[in-house]
Design a binder for this molecule. Structure first.
Ligand code: RAT
Ligand code: ZN
Length: 434
């Protein structure tokens, strides 16, 4: 904001950002600060242009997002088997018809598509998708990415990078990426809980590992992580874990986590992100949309934070029932940073409840949201919704603070929003730009 100044009642010049805000102005000021502060989107499934077709964008990808696919089967007689036989375009057409033409798109994910179409001035009531398809086909990806991030108010996008995914691996081995706004994350699902299916891939790449994680496996996994750290320059390492996750635990997952991954994180100065609570493939017929949620035992997080005080943990839990415990654990362990409202939690009613709870227990020492976007343009609606939900929460907090006797200034609101949107993350990863 421009550094204008105003006369205070005692006629001294004060910068406008240091001017006391009246209670009636707090809500507008909070909204304005949220709108003008660029966010670091700390977890997405987006990719920079170097990854080619792995990076999803455009209307057909937006409509076939797995969140929408799950909703489609509730409003259509098409069976999953019939649906998977269709082409991408046919799937998008079927979803548009069932969820947007024959029904009102009032769910969070469907409303998001409307918000994206409207952001680009595209019809939201059309019976078909021709105009939207023409628009997206005419965009060049580099310019389109710049425009989308600018509309969404995002300075930086954090990707999810799986070193064992063959398509991704090829990109990294061929020189990787150096887009200034995209940052890598070393995702370890296949190594940590998918070890039985994937250890041979490490072995075939020359790492002396075995199925049981014995012998040289631990030191070889550490060598693998160091090699990929050099290649990707990730901001953190990450894993998604089932609701049944326990720690400590005798399994290969537990062993690799404590003896390989966490020591490597310490050595390389990286936080470890744990996303806990998925119940995988409760309905495999739905493929990616077939996962559900379960309440986890957060004593695993307690044990990790206590046993590894020199590691920094970013933690997001999927079950609503686990949210309060997570915030309480964050009060006990300052190496624990709660982040985001993920997947089935990413609905305004739940985001509001969880964010209020976190703010009441933790002040501004948490990361309220990440987009989890899988399709580029989703960041437009996801961050619009986040700002919309956060505004009254912040306003309410400042109004209470004012009623209790504090002075509220724009400067203070800006400092707090910077912390929530950027500084809490950068404190753990280091500054994203030198
Ligand atoms: O939110 C999602 O799209 C989920 O399918 C998961 O991918 C989750 O975000 C994850 O990173 O595991
Ligand atoms: Zn994700």
């Amino acid at each position: 904001m421009a550094a204008t100044s105003v006369k205070s009642p005692n006629r001294k010049e004060v910068p406008s950002s240091a001017r006391r805000i009246k209670p009636a102005e707090i809500a507008d000021e909070a909204l304005d600060v949220l709108a003008s502060t660029q966010v670091i989107d700390i977890h997405t499934h987006l990719y920079s242009p170097a990854f080619g077709r792995i990076g999803l964008w455009g209307i057909d990808e937006l409509l076939t997002y797995h969140y929408l696919e799950a909703e489609f089967f509730r409003s259509s007689d098409t069976t999953p088997e019939e649906y998977w036989k269709l082409s991408k375009i046919e799937r998008a057409d079927a979803i548009w018809k069932a969820l947007f033409v024959e029904n009102s798109p009032v769910s969070e994910s469907t409303r998001g598509v409307i918000a994206v179409l409207s952001a680009f001035g595209l019809p939201t009531e059309a019976s078909g998708l021709q105009e939207a398809r023409r628009f997206f086909a005419a965009q060049s990806i580099e310019t389109h990415i710049r425009k989308v991030l600018q509309i969404a108010g995002i300075s930086d996008v954090v990707m999810t990078n799986d070193p064992l995914d063959p398509e991704e691996r090829a990109v990294w081995m061929g020189g990787g990426q150096n887009h200034p706004q995209f940052h890598a994350v070393l995702r370890l699902d296949r190594i940590l809980w998918g070890w039985p299916q994937h250890w041979q891939q490490l072995a075939s790449e020359g790492y002396a590992v075995d199925e049981h994680g014995s012998g040289k496996s631990v030191s070889e996994v550490r060598r693998f992580l160091a090699d990929w750290h050099k290649r990707m320059r990730p901001l953190y390492m990450a894993v998604s874990l089932a609701d049944t996750f326990q720690f400590p635990d005798e399994s290969v997952t537990g062993q690799l986590l404590s003896e390989a991954v966490l020591p490597s994180c310490r050595e390389l100065g990286l936080p470890m992100s744990l996303m806990i609570g998925v119940r995988r493939q409760v309905n495999p017929r739905l493929r990616l949309a077939g996962d559900a949620v379960g309440k986890a035992d957060l004593r695993a997080v307690e044990n990790l934070c206590r046993s590894f005080p020199d590691n920094r943990f970013l933690v997001s839990v999927l079950s609503r029932e686990n949210q309060h415990e997570l915030a309480v654990y964050a009060r006990k362990f300052n190496n624990l940073m709660p982040f985001g409202c993920w997947w089935f939690l990413n609905n305004p009613s739940i985001v509001e409840e969880v964010t209020r709870e976190r703010m009441e227990l933790l002040g501004t020492s948490f990361i309220p949201q990440h987009s989890d976007a899988r399709v580029l343009e989703q960041v437009i609606y996801k961050w619009q919704n986040t700002r919309r939900t956060l505004a009254p929460i912040l306003a309410n907090a400042y109004q209470l603070l004012h009623a209790d006797g504090a002075e509220i200034t724009r400067q203070k609101i800006q400092r707090d929003v910077n912390r929530l949107f950027r500084a809490n993350f950068e404190k753990w990863t280091g500054p994203l730009r030198a």
